[in-house]
Design a protein around this ligand. Sequence first.
Ligand code: AGP
Length: 611
Amino acid sequence: MCGIVAYVGHRQAYPIILKGLKRLEYRGYDSAGIALLNGGLNVYKKRGKVADLENHLADESLNSTIGIGHTRWATHGEPNDINAHPHYSSDEKLAIIHNGIIENYASLKKELEDRGHVFRSQTDSEVFIHFIEDIYNNNDIELEEAVRIALSKVIGAYAIVIMDSSEPDKLIAARKGSPMVFGIGENEFFIASDATPIIEYTNKVVYLNDYEIVVVKGGEFSIKSIENEVMTPYIHELDLKLESIEKGGFDHFMLKEIYEQPRSIADCLRGRLVSSQGHLVLGGLIEHMNKIVNADRIMIVACGTSWHAGLVAEYVIEELTRIPVEVEYASEFRYRNPIIRENDVVIAISQSGETADTLAAIELAKSKGAFIFGVCNVVGSSIARATHAGAYTHAGPEIGVASTKAFTAQVTVLTMMALMIAEKRGTISASTFHAILADLESIPQKVERALKLDGQIKAIAEMVASSNNALYLGRGYNFPVALEGALKLKEISYIHAEGYPAAEMKHGPIALIDEEMPVFVIATHDSGYEKIVSNIQEVKARKGKVIAVVTEGDTLVQSMADYTIQVPDTNEILMPLVSVIPLQLLSYHVAVIRGCNVDQPRNLAKSVTVE
Ligand code: AGP
């Protein structure tokens, strides 16, 4: 996701927009830009943070009472000066800022190029403004009508603001699927991705709805639907504090990111999976499909939570494709002189794309001739650039040190990869392929339902917050989730927690069980259910306190465990995407109860860029 800010009114636009972009940097920060009407329509943009743009503009004359600004989280096109927003139309009379993804931009771009349009950047957003310009220049209509027609033809998500050099008191804005707040001041108007850039100037805001278009002109504004119906706006009077708005009203970024997962998983699937059409395409995989389909072995290198996503992938990829998979800690892989053969494929997983150990593992594998496929969240990151191909997770910036939405996005991408490979190798039937596709498409709704367990989980957190140790048990696809749940708890609440394969308990950990030891067991309905029920009985026989994550409607475990958390059922290979949610929430609430710094836990960094 990106940050957008626009202003028109009686004040200087530049300082308002610049400060607003700084407030939105948590939404994206790989490049930034501003367009102003100061002796013509001028666009100033640059790779890097908003402060870099500010330094770049230190000597410019920036007098303008209208402007648009953007801080980017790249989705199409590397982070660089050219791909930064705002983007010009061909004639440089229009400028656009855009937060979102235009899924049909490639076909629109081809049509426009055939009509003589020349593009400077690799972005979908530049195609957007050229498309609007093409409609505007070829019809005798107002610009806002051209925008409305264009919006009816684009597919995807957008929050856009457009400026016209010939109308210095007009802004046109529209949204679908990406947030937009419209601020109403005294003879001045503000548009932004959230209220943080607006709140110090006015507390009167309209939260635009999908398919709504706002036109500001001559100190007046109107809001219409994409069908041209005049809308009556509801004007909120905000009483929120600035800092809380940046977190979307949540107390911490981590909680906000946990709650973003229905959207971030949907964004990860967007344009890639359409189960009704049996459509599944990961762009970065297609051109290298043969290499991966014919791999003798897949090696996964990652660290921390990304390593846990890799472990889920091992189970999924082997089950569906029958290709042997090994998961390696990047820090071990890079030093143990691994045997890598030319038909091996390495998958590197990293949210930040900057983890030193993972980067080093990639370089080692490359030096031994392996093909490297990256799964990253930060576009243009070092790991994204170091791999031969890759797929982005599109989870948006993850600010909390404890990784949550990146994990579920990684598992989503890796599951789509496994399905594409399996379909190509013919190792799953068409009916299985389509069934899993449909189940995967319904995951955002199931995660939404799991989030509704928050109140119950908070109550359970109260009961375990004073513990000094905890054990997490899982089997099969839920074993990596047990590891992930333990990591979440230990890294933000500082409680010593360990994850184990449930069956492994009798080989040692069972000695730890007593009434002081909370044991979290992921016991959802799957092929290992009967076995894990036995493990729960073993724990209970030693007076352990069992908190079980179960499938909705489970009564058997409910009769044994001290507490049960019921999550929606899904295909067992997708269960990690749902069963992890209660464990994320539990770790969050325990950390808050213990007064820990949830977003910046002690000794930890968001990205470990050193050994
Ligand atoms: C997870 O909550 C931790 N923040 C940490 O283990 C993290 O997953 C690990 O450092 C890997 O980071 P990356 O995904 O950015 O490479």
